[in-house]
Ligand binder design. Structure first.
Ligand code: SAH
Ligand code: SF4
Ligand code: F3S
Length: 476
């Protein structure tokens, strides 16, 4: 039997080294403030998923602790951090093009320090690209070194040379890092890191290491503090939250964690993502359905409706098992929204396989899906498979998939017309000054007239109109 490894945490010596680095840079920053009458600024650019957003909030938190003010204007910054993603080719191209643009800022301001970090630069070939073709990148580090950022920045500022540090491959849990949260009412809380699943198309296990969970007491303390500070919408994060607690030495699982968190008193909603269907348990759904604060929302990536493709993807469930979970969620929580991820054009996907996916969509009736054209990732088994699908066929299937799902999404939104729903009011819409957007408990987007005083509050909205992608209504 494989030995169950105990989760390992960042050592006290390492934590002390980072604290010393933070203090040294802070002293530098304070001197700069004294001499120039303004703070040094840091700009953080985030690509990729919510885990990266959560990591960026830690990088911003550490930057602030080192005396930097966070700016959203890259040209004003003395420190630019690009937190990259590797999930599809498009994400990597974007990261490289963004870093390319910062070359011009560096030309104007030689003092600028440019860092590149995150999933893309865990890969050897990308580290090589940065070394060779992006000489103005000063610091490079992977996802296992986020907590070491102060030390790396200190090395760059004191020694002046490039600090291009490939990951040690030692993936730990770091607690106690400062977090600069983007929002005052919505928050991410990572409950675990990494992934053990090795879906054959996916780069994540190679760039985020194996699964490791935070202690339940740490997660509870963080969520409690957020609720006390008035946060209304808290999303628990992990690549596969259903594996929470399974990484050895713990006697609790994700359902237990939700059960304990739900006891925290206050006016808030808990979301979580992502659930892997292979271990979404009845216990979890039962805990949700009898909870007070856990949102009736399930993001359950199906990826394909064809059993043959699911097997080739190494997903470890078939459609029957998948739809059984969907049915059980609806039985226990009839109002729950269910969303999914679908990949189109996986190697060897036949027309029949694809039609299985269309049929599956019609059967599952998701409120919404995130759909992706398969993108080969270097080093994953699927990238080496024979029968890669031609881009024209992929695009044609993708369009057909959207058409089928759009009708389903519209049909799932229409029943909201005339109903009153509780919505968390978010920001002003970019196109229309008086229009705000918000989300229902199930994550549906709602547009309505409001003003800034409503942002971050739960409102009752009467829905007047529903279309494929959103609901429209008024405050009552
Ligand atoms: N851990 C989550 C998903 C993380 S990645 C889960 O297992 O559900 C988010 C989504 O990106 C995946 O669900 C998948 O649909 C998509 N994806 C991952 N790798 C991909 C690839 N190589 N090409 C296209 N889409 C991909
Ligand atoms: Fe990728 Fe699969 Fe892990 Fe999700 S569960 S991150 S798709 S390997
Ligand atoms: Fe991208 Fe890394 Fe997330 S590859 S999707 S940022 S885990």
């Amino acid at each position: 039997m494989e030995e169950i490894k105990k989760t390992r945490f960042v050592s006290p010596e390492d934590t002390k080294r980072q604290a010393e680095a933070i203090a040294r840079i802070k002293a530098d920053s304070d001197r700069y403030l004294y001499e120039n009458g303004m703070r040094r600024k840091a700009f953080v650019m985030t690509l990729g998923c919510q885990q990266n957003e959560a990591d960026s909030e830690k990088l911003a938190g550490m930057s602030e602790a080192m005396g930097y003010e966070i700016t959203d204007i890259p040209d004003d910054a003395s420190l630019i951090i690009v937190n990259t993603c590797a999930i599809r080719e498009h994400a990597e191209k974007r990261a490289l093009s963004i870093v390319g643009q910062y070359k011009h800022i560096k030309a104007k301001n030689p003092e600028l320090v440019i860092c590149i970090c995150g999933c893309m630069v865990v890969q050897e070939h990308r580290i090589r690209d940065i070394k060779m073709s992006y000489p103005y990148v000063d610091i490079l580090f992977g996802t296992s070194s986020i907590h070491k950022f102060p030390e790396l920045l200190c090395e760059k500022l004191k020694v002046g040379k490039r600090v291009l540090r490939a990951d040690s491959g030692e993936y730990l849990v770091a607690e106690g890092l400062p977090i600069k949260r983007e929002s005052t009412y919505k928050a991410w809380v990572s409950v675990m890191y990494g992934c053990n699943n090795f879906c054959s198309y996916c780069i994540v296990p190679y760039v985020r290491g194996r699964e490791r969970s935070r202690e339940m007491s740490e997660v509870i303390a963080e969520v409690r503090e957020l609720v006390e500070r008035g946060y209304k919408d808290i999303t628990l994060l992990g690549q596969n939250v259903n594996s929470y607690g399974k990484d050895g030495g713990k006697n609790y699982d994700f359902a237990d964690l939700l059960y304990e968190l739900d006891k925290i008193e206050g006016d808030y909603l808990l979301h979580f993502m992502t659930s892997h269907p292979k271990d979404a348990t009845k216990k979890l759904i039962d805990v949700m359905s009898s909870s007070k604060h856990i949102a009736r929302q399930f993001h359950l990536p199906m990826q394909s409706g064809s059993d043959r493709v699911l097997k080739a993807m190494n997903r470890k469930y078939d459609f029957e098992k998948y739809i059984g979970i969907v049915d059980y969620i609806r039985e226990k929580m009839p109002t729950a929204t269910i969303t999914s991820d679908i990949i189109v054009g996986f190697p060897q996907e036949t027309e029949d396989d694809f039609e299985d996916t269309l049929r599956a969509l019609k059967r599952a009736k998701f409120d919404m899906i995130f759909s992706f054209i398969y993108s080969p990732r270097k080093g994953t088994p699927a990238a080496e498979m024979e029968g890669q699908i031609a881009p024209e066929i992929q695009s044609e299937r993708f369009e057909r998939l959207l058409k089928v799902q759009n009708e389903i999404s519209l049909a799932s939104n229409k029943p909201y017309e005339g109903k009153t729903v509780r919505v968390l009011c978010e920001e002003r819409s970019k196109n229309n000054e008086s229009v705000f957007n918000g989300r229902t408990e199930g994550g549906k987007i709602v547009f309505f007239d409001a003003d800034d005083s409503y942002t971050g509050r739960f409102l009752n909205i009467e829905i007047e109109k529903a279309d494929t992608f959103a609901l429209y209504g008024k405050i009552i």
